[in-house]
Design a protein around this ligand. Structure first.
Ligand SMILES: NC(=O)c1ccc[n+]([C@@H]2O[C@H](COP(=O)([O-])OP(=O)(O)OC[C@H]3O[C@@H](n4cnc5c(N)ncnc54)[C@H](O)[C@@H]3O)[C@@H](O)[C@H]2O)c1
Ligand SMILES: [Zn+2]
Length: 277
């Protein structure tokens, strides 16, 4: 693997603001959005499309009914564990993820900011009531026994389900107001991250020594803005990922290697074992 020594030096200096993306979870079997050349594998449904028609919500929940179960069964991989080791070793000041899979916390990381929320909950657009996804899933399955249990998993807990099966889907209603506009409690495409959340991350960038991006194409501005802020403040930035990453020509270090083995090698080089995390 090339770049491990340089990355180890970058990490050893500590004070890191770490931003992770879908690439850190692909080794857990969860697909990312972009191919290595930066083009999209799938086009996600936007918030506006989701709200516009009942048919769109039937489509979303038909696919998510199957996709979420596979997504939910995923386990943290060695990359998540290595990052928790770096944090346990005191090298990470701030950890923010664009992922909605909860795998950092399950690998032992602490104080993770989930920039785009998590698929663990759903929320009613009409009245704001939140519900655990597990309970919602039980109702979704009970109402729709026709839906398959197996399908090809896509990014974000989406799955490839036959169009004919989407049409008859009964969307579970909000437990409080009975509206059928319950959505996953994540920032969907077409929505924005709350300004106070962005502000808190920007303050963390100001406090940090350097920014480390792990497994993100940085095509989405909600993550890329932190790299831009760091560059403006003339802080060092390192990117680790297999594919093209926005801004890579402007940063100090680019490591184009798979995250699991790379982060594990960095931890080993720093002498960080599991006991420190
Ligand atoms: N796991 C999840 O929760 C999940 C999965 C897919 C998409 N999303 C959502 O979609 C958006 C996607 O943006 P993004 O930038 O995070 O993802 P992205 O798909 O745009 O980029 C992922 C990057 O990681 C690289 N990559 C894939 N596997 C890798 C590996 N093993 N080692 C190193 N690099 C690897 C890819 O080449 C790509 O450059 C996010 O906003 C997120 O909310 C979340
Ligand atoms: Zn409601």
């Amino acid at each position: 693997m090339s770049g491990v020594a340089e990355l180890t030096d970058f990490v050893r200096a500590g004070g890191l603001f770490v931003l992770t993306g879908a690439g850190i979870s692909t080794e857990s079997g969860i697909p990312d959005y972009r191919r290595p050349d930066g083009t999209r594998r799938t086009v996600p449904m936007t918030y506006q499309q989701f709200l516009a028609t009942h048919e769109a919500r039937q489509r979303y929940w038909a696919r998510s009914a199957v996709g979420w179960e596979i997504f939910d069964a995923a386990e943290p991989n060695v990359g998540h564990v290595a990052l928790a080791r770096l944090q346990g070793g005191g090298l990470v000041d701030h950890l923010v993820t664009q992922n909605v899979d909860g795998l950092h916390a399950r690998a032992g990381a602490r104080d993770v900011t989930e920039l785009h929320g998590s698929l663990e909950h759903v929320v009613c657009v009409a009245c704001g009531t939140r519900e655990g996804r597990r309970g919602f899933q039980v109702r979704l399955r009970e109402l729709n026994p026709q839906l398959p249990t197996q399908a090809r998993l896509l990014a974000d807990g989406d799955a490839d389900v036959a169009v004919e099966l989407e049409r008859g889907v009964i969307v579970p209603a909000c437990l409080r107001c009975k509206a059928t506009t319950v959505k996953p409690d994540v920032v969907m495409f077409g929505e924005s991250v709350a300004p106070e959340v962005v502000e808190a991350q920007m303050r963390a960038v100001e406090r940090c020594r350097g920014v480390l991006v792990l497994g993100s194409s940085l095509k989405v501005m909600s993550g890329y803005r932190f790299v831009l802020a760091a560059l403006k403040q003339q802080k060092p930035v390192a990117l680790v990922g297999l594919g093209a990453m926005r801004g890579e020509e402007r940063v100090d270090l680019v490591v184009r290697e798979p995250l699991g083995p790379t982060l594990t090698a960095v931890c080993d080089a720093l002498g960080l074992d599991l006991a420190t995390s």
